[in-house]
Write a protein that binds this ligand. Sequence first.
Ligand code: UD1
Length: 368
Amino acid sequence: MAVPKKIFLIAAARPNFMKVAPLWRAMALCPGTLQPLLIHTGQHYDHNMSDVFFEDLGLPAPHVHLGVGGGSHAQQTAGVMVKFEDLCQGERPDLVVVVGDVNATMATSITAAKLHIPVAHVEAGLRSRDMTMPEEINRLLTDAIADLLFTPSPDADRNLLAEGVAPSRIRLVGNIMIDSLVGAVQKARTLDTCARLGLETGEFGVVTLHRPANVDDPDTLARILDVLVGMRIPLVFPVHPRTRLVMQKHGLDARCGLTGSLVILADPMGYYEFMNLVVNAKLILTDSGGIQEEATWLGIPCLTLRPNTERPITITEGTNELATVGSLAAQAADILAGRWKKGRVPDLWDGATAPRIVAAIGEFLAAR
Ligand code: UD1
């Protein structure tokens, strides 16, 4: 009998877990041919940034935890590369599958490629053209060396082709994160996160902010918070650890507690808990990549506080628009007045991306 192919699935930070889960499940259905192993690099380590997602998404504990933790970009990248190289030399996987655009996506891809282990990148081809974002550097480097490039939308294919990537490396498979969302919506609706926070269904907004450009400079963050405090709709804001650090250091929490403020600060939440908020929200204010896509799929108006997005389809087809600190209040007022596009769900965002990827991986490995 043939030995199953050993597949490393790399997970590092919060937005990775909901992308890895459907891949894990689809691969676990092929025990004779594929042996998926979850490798957690440790970039996110708090219970509510990591473990709770494993529990919510029904993932087993990671097979290997590299325990690299936080640090500067170089510390994180180098730390992952050193430990991952050791692991790859001991285990010799047949394929390394990376998702998204975090530091570990790039670090593990480079390490594997130099050991001549093939790499598959899920969510390939997205480009913001903004080289001040670490994620854009991670995306470009990963796509330059990955053997298989699984894209979520036709714009990603066009970006790769324009960079000279051979079409044989590209597979348009759809949006992997939507696989998790499709499976989560029903359960998320049964939770009582809204009620616990005293929020009425459809009568509040959800805020997430964690991009360095929005949160690292206290003056910028203070200006954003002032706009939020001025809005006349309750806003629930689960605060990312990076943002929390700056808010605490500069006493910005107090701004949200001013008389008349409808901003509710909360800790980071688990997947279902957070999705209960999103599915019941009237609007979303975010700088996250994934939430722009979730809002588009759910048809909920979304304002992305960034000058660009690597996910333009959420604007051209979905419910998303870019915003600045100066434009935020007027755009939110439009949404509250019902003046917003309805959007449509992009093709192949259908909850069946993981099986398409697993089929393509099977063909790729069989041909080697
Ligand atoms: C990282 C990703 C970003 C992704 C985001 C999602 C990169 C370059 N950035 O940014 O693309 O959108 O994750 O959350 O890979 N921290 C904790 N507890 C944790 C995790 C982080 O306290 O569980 C602290 C870290 O120690 C650090 C800060 O939060 O001080 C930022 O963490 P880091 O992983 O460096 O970057 P993110 O902003 O989370």
